[in-house]
Ligand binder design. Sequence first.
Ligand SMILES: *Cc1c(COP(=O)(O)O)cnc(C)c1O
Length: 427
Amino acid sequence: MNKKPFVTREKLEEIARVIPTPFHLYDERGLRENARAVQEAFSWNSGYREYFAVKANANPYLIRILQEYGCGCDCSSMTELMLSEAMGIRGDRIMFSSNDTPEEEYKKAAELGAIINLDDFTDIAVLEKTLGSIPRRISCRYNPGGFFELSNGIMDNPGDSKYGMTTRQLFDAFRILKEKGAEEFGIHAFLASNTVTNEYYPQLAEVLFKMAVHLRDETGAHLTFINLSGGVGIPYTPDEEPNDIRIIGEGVRKAYESILVPAGMGDIAIYTEMGRFMTGPYGALVTRAVHEKHIYKEYIGCDACAVNLMRPAMYGAYHHITVMGKEEEPCDHIYDVVGSLCENNDKFAIDRALPRIDRGDLLFIHDTGAHGFSMGYNYNGKLWSAEVLLHEDGSFTQIRRAQTARDYFATLDFSPEYAYMNGHAWT
Ligand SMILES: *Cc1c(COP(=O)(O)O)cnc(C)c1O
């Protein structure tokens, strides 16, 4: 697949005159088309809901757009819950899928009426103690252990992950929660990440649907929803074939009709918690080449760095780069495209074949709409960039301003001597 930017160079230059690079740019058209396709793919299930994993992109403008297509929020921290609350998203429109969870977060989730998805068996006691009772509706996260494999070899290793309950714990949890007054149950599992195959959800659904039937038979619990969580991937590299959400939805429907319907469980709602698939391809990091260096290798330095997009430094992740205005030129230069951090892993691309890059060229770093800005940090005192939404009519809105030095310094105390005199020595 030929990866093309969703914007022209002229438009980017127009935006950059108002909002200096670097910035993350989002494509409203793409976001909407994809959100609509997701809803259609699961429209066979009357209770279907996508809970957008807000850790992927916590910008209220984007969450608001997804909300128009019926999406709720999947949260896993206090501030993510507060964000949903601030946007008026409450009740069963929030899925709280946390782990290693502080008591005050359970309190907040319960106060908002969120569906609580328990990551661990010991959380039952914590929840009961914190809330005074077990919520009427509750979900448990399942980890079957071992390996999870698909026919194309994509595989993950749930047995090595910190999430979820063992099979035995899951059955015990259902029995205990039922005794303690829970009436509506759900199960959840996240067994593989960024799966670029239409098989993942259907195969996961089969595992969870069979488990649901067993749980009902063994514990008498009333299951009302099954949460397939996230993990549906996007093609970061040009050679990958994108997932087809319609085929995925159909695959889940087949499993539903062959396992749940015959078991008399044809009223179960399907939930998803996709992050990457919802916003990933509809965002890009826009940065300008500001430096070139010719030593043992050829380097292009740009005005963004790993604090704006951590995935390449953190996972060695590939992000495609388009040199704006040079789309048709031959890729006859080999570059490392780097940022300015004092860290040698601050590289958006290593040994990448690209057209000749000149200072001032705009680079479009693809697929930063999920786990892009949101993974940002402030190393080397680098500040967060702005975020910009490109509307369908070509106009644009700054949907988050860039961080300023004042923001950066706001949490520091510049009066250590004074604090010491008052008996609050720095420790
Ligand atoms: C990260 C996460 C998601 C979203 O994952 P994607 O790969 O972005 O779809 C969903 N649910 C939970 C619990 C997560 O931690």
